[in-house]
Design a protein around this ligand. Sequence first.
Ligand code: PHE
Ligand code: FE
Length: 291
Amino acid sequence: MSALPTPRRLENIQTDRGSVPVYATGTVEQPWDSYTEADHAVWRQLYARQQALLPGRACDAFLQAQARMRMPSDRIPKFSDLNEILGAATGWQIVAVEGLLPELDFFTHLANRRFPVSWWIRRPDQIDYIEEPDLFHDLFGHVPLLMDPMFADYLQAYGRGGVKAHGIGPDALMQLARLYWYTVEFGLIRQADGLRIYGAGIVSSKGESIYCLESAAPNRIGFDLERVMRTRYRIDTYQKTYFVIDSFEQLMDATRPDFAPIYARLTGQDTIPADAVLATDTVLQRGNGGA
Ligand code: PHE
Ligand code: FE
């Protein structure tokens, strides 16, 4: 199934990771044949390590989506194989990119049900931490939930909202970025059997998968849209605060209203430090039932 129009090829670009063909949209072709055995070994190692951690920690929706997607555990998946399964499930497609995209390009991809995935994987010495999103984070962390119809709709709605926010201004974009950070990247969800992870930044990280549920240090606060949109975040440490949703439906409902008046109102208000707890917060207990 090919929901994606073939992008127009511009030229080959030489990056410090090799030469890949680049397309007008900023997408590239996944250079699958040029992955080395060391690249596949990094995937294999990270995949096995996270798989062992996720039962009892990742939410059921993530685990079920992952099982249906059947990414290979022993070698880097081919995006074209995943796209057949993903396209049939929700119409989403993966596109290969060099790395982080300009905001408007990123939002436009999401609004059209295309998820940008870095084509390259981290080096063996970067197994535990990498600053930029690589293939493992993007593919293992983000792509499974695109199989979930509700989450798939949320991410597209987010992309459309991003295009809109881009036209409003930098404050709106910052507020919307916080929503992405505290849901898509670092979101927790409350299941009947305890707190679980759905955020891609957590499920792709060994340390944070454990920390976010089991450490006494971070705050776990019930999701509140405007509270989230005012809360600053740290990109260089585990999160000080996680926001907890009850369901993807709750997230959809909370984010459905027009954000324009919300942006306008919040722009006049102070931001909230990453580690603050407010009198109005619903503070949730630690614990994930199982582990
Ligand atoms: N409702 C938002 C708006 O009007 C769009 C949006 C949906 C943003 C879902 C984020 C998540 O901008
Ligand atoms: Fe990410």
